[in-house]
Design a protein around this ligand. Structure first.
Ligand SMILES: [Mn+2]
Length: 312
């Protein structure tokens, strides 16, 4: 049973009615091919979030005061197809409630459902796909809902822009739009990719962020780490521009595969999520003038409070 709030925020900021933001955890790991463990991603992400300071220096804001509602986890896993349909349904349900909907995976196949929901709800959608892998296979291992197929559907019916790619199958070349793909080896030597990618975006942008886009030196805890990835500040620089110049309608973050020894990746994922929210809402004031000095969030490590019977 879920009893906690996102990042341990006070209940008054965690209620669905008032919250502008909805967070849907999807602890799914049904089709991954190498290291298993992305199903543990949401729990590790939420634990790390609880130990994070909630004032963002860069934007001078405390975005949690916009309200973050943490839903029950989507646990449907009888088949990849039924999982995708469940994610699609719940994502759409909260978009219809006029919330800023965010999803934390889970492996990348969950994004087939999230993208489908956003594409149905927002006209001329750009899908900004940040990933080490092209994920453009039409089907893999007998399913069109495999993690290797995460953005095939988006390549057919949205304005798909791919950033950070450095691993793919030769067959994916025939599906790929080379004008809208930013390969990591090019990005490493020329930073004009940021402006160029933003120029290609329509107004409405959904971001699907596979954490293996990051360099394994800063994010080792992912199923298929690939050398030569994005670093922290260039990623934030890019995201900040996207959030400033476009209408980001929602995002998902996937493929955190936590390990017991090193929690730094979990923490990076927690910070990335919070940064993205901070950029989204940086110009929105909090409606009630909540006392800024109030802070009952414990700053000590409270991981032990996370109960094993929780859904994540
Ligand atoms: Mn990937």
């Amino acid at each position: 049973m879920k009893t906690k709030t996102y990042a341990g925020i006070p209940e008054e900021f965690a209620k669905l009615e008032q919250a502008k933001i909805v967070l849907i955890p999807v602890p799914y790991d049904g089709t991954s091919t190498w290291q298993k463990g992305a199903d543990k991603g949401p729990k590790a992400f939420l634990e790390a979030s609880e130990n994070m300071e909630l004032y963002d220096i860069e934007t001078d804001s405390e975005v949690y005061k916009q309200g973050v509602y943490l839903t029950d986890a989507v646990t449907e896993n009888t088949s990849p197809e039924s999982m995708v349909e469940a994610v699609h349904e719940v994502t759409k349900k909260y978009i219809k409630k006029n919330k800023f909907v965010t999803i934390f995976g889970g492996e990348h196949s969950i994004s087939i459902g999230t993208i489908r929901a956003f594409n149905e709800m927002f006209p001329s959608l750009t899908v900004l796909h940040i990933d080490a892998h092209a994920d453009l296979r039409k089907s893999y291992d007998g399913s069109t809902c495999n993690h290797a197929c995460a953005v095939y559907e988006a390549s057919q019916n949205t304005n798909l822009i791919q950033v950070g790619i450095r691993s793919m199958d030769i067959k994916e070349k025939s599906i790929m739009n080379l004008d809208k793909i930013y390969f990591a080896h090019d990005m490493a030597i020329d930073d004009s990719w940021m402006d160029s990618a933003i120029d290609q975006m329509t107004e409405n942008v959904f971001i699907t962020f596979d954490l293996d886009a990051f360099d394994p030196s800063i994010l080792p805890s992912t199923g298929t780490p690939e050398p030569g990835g994005l670093l922290w500040y260039e990623t934030l620089d890019f995201l900040k521009q996207v959030f400033t110049e476009k209408n980001v309608v929602g995002f998902d973050i996937v493929e955190l595969c936590p390990n017991e020894i090193d929690k730094s990746s979990d923490f990076l994922a927690a910070k990335l999520y919070y940064k993205m929210l901070s950029y989204k809402f940086q110009n929105e004031t909090v409606e009630d003038d909540y006392d800024n000095t109030y802070n009952d969030k414990p700053l000590t490590n409270n991981l032990s409070k996370f109960k094993e019977e929780d859904d994540y």
